[in-house]
Design a protein around this ligand. Structure first.
Ligand code: NAP
Length: 288
């Protein structure tokens, strides 16, 4: 293959500069000797349509999609995987041919794979509380309900968003009781098994911790979808309270691995991708 024939993959979003996905995917391509490169495409909303209609001519064979385009791409796809349809958002596009784009959502399955494969935590029968009801929360809640969690209680600053999500969960998964809390206290953490932060609160140093220490207990698994910083204020507090903790690096790894498999039909080299991510995190930390 000449350099011009190299296959291109990448991430679209706004912003995307901070992303660790190029490190992870390029390490996987190099390891499997696939002549491909993963790039970042920071797009303004008015650029999205043209970009998606010229993928084949730009040798782009697959994309990841992040904020704010996970829903906006839906209207440009010819086929949707059932979980993407159910969540109403896409984080992975496979270019089958010029006129056929497939949409997948690997966020929820990636989260579940980290939970079960690495943390050995089975959500079946568990009571889960989720902070946030945006794109990531929808994917995580969908997986928890599918995997037979006993209940899901959600709190989002936008009450309409959390009610919409809990209504949908109750409709689709009646055995899992979903409830929209009116406040963080309303999450009733003392009676929960799992707490997930699916808001961006905790990414910036100045961010508050949404939870008070007295709300936590040692029976909880506290999972923060944020991976930078590796230990948010929430995770530090959870550790002090004796709870198990996990950050979002494992979810990032497995959602990426699943995207890679959709694009290449090859088993993702998980250990190589994980090492690249860990190196990336170290680099970011040393720049702070
Ligand atoms: P999003 O669609 O913007 O959703 C975030 C939600 O949190 C919004 O509904 C937002 O409401 C709500 N929120 C913000 N501040 C809040 C507060 N103080 N109390 C309650 N709710 C609040 O973002 P997203 O795509 O779901 O991403 C959420 C987080 O997950 C980000 O940190 C992202 O980096 C992370 N993530 C990680 C992975 C991974 O692989 N580890 C994958 C996806 C996402 P408003 O819109 O009203 O502010």
């Amino acid at each position: 293959m000449t350099p011009q024939e190299k296959k291109i993959y990448g991430l679209i979003g706004l912003p995307v500069r901070h992303s660790l996905s190029p490190a992870m995917h390029n390490a996987a391509f190099a390891h499997l000797k696939i002549d491909a490169e993963y790039r970042l495409f920071e797009l303004r909303p008015e650029e999205l349509e043209d970009f998606l209609s010229s993928l084949s001519q730009n040798r782009i064979f697959g994309l990841n999609v992040t904020v704010p385009y996970k829903e906006a791409v839906l209207g440009h796809l010819q086929w949707l995987a059932p979980e993407a349809e159910s969540i109403g958002a896409v984080n992975t596009i496979v270019v089958k041919d010029k006129d056929h784009l497939e949409g997948w959502n690997t966020d929820g399955i990636g989260f579940h794979r980290h939970l079960t494969d690495d943390l050995r935590y089975d959500p079946a029968g568990k009571r889960a509380a989720i902070l946030g009801a945006g794109g990531a929360a929808k994917a995580v809640a969908d997986q928890l309900a599918r995997r037979k969690a006993k209940s899901i209680t959600l709190y989002d600053a936008d009450k309409e968003r959390s009610s919409k999500l809990t209504d949908k969960l109750n409709r689709e998964f009646p055995e899992c009781k979903a409830h929209a809390a009116g406040s963080i206290n309303g999450l009733g953490l003392k009676g929960q098994d799992l707490l997930i932060n699916a808001t961006p609160i905790g990414m910036k140093e100045a961010d508050p911790c949404l939870i008070e220490k007295g709300m936590l207990h040692s029976g909880l698994l506290v999972y923060d979808l944020i991976y930078n910083p590796a230990e948010t204020k929430l995770l530090a507090l959870a550790k002090e309270a004796g709870a198990r903790t996990a950050n979002g690096l494992g979810m990032l790894l497995y959602q990426g691995a699943l995207s890679f498999e959709h694009w290449t039909d090859k088993a993702a080299p998980i250990a190589i991708m994980k090492e690249a991510l860990e190196e990336g995190v170290k680099k970011i930390c040393s720049q702070k």
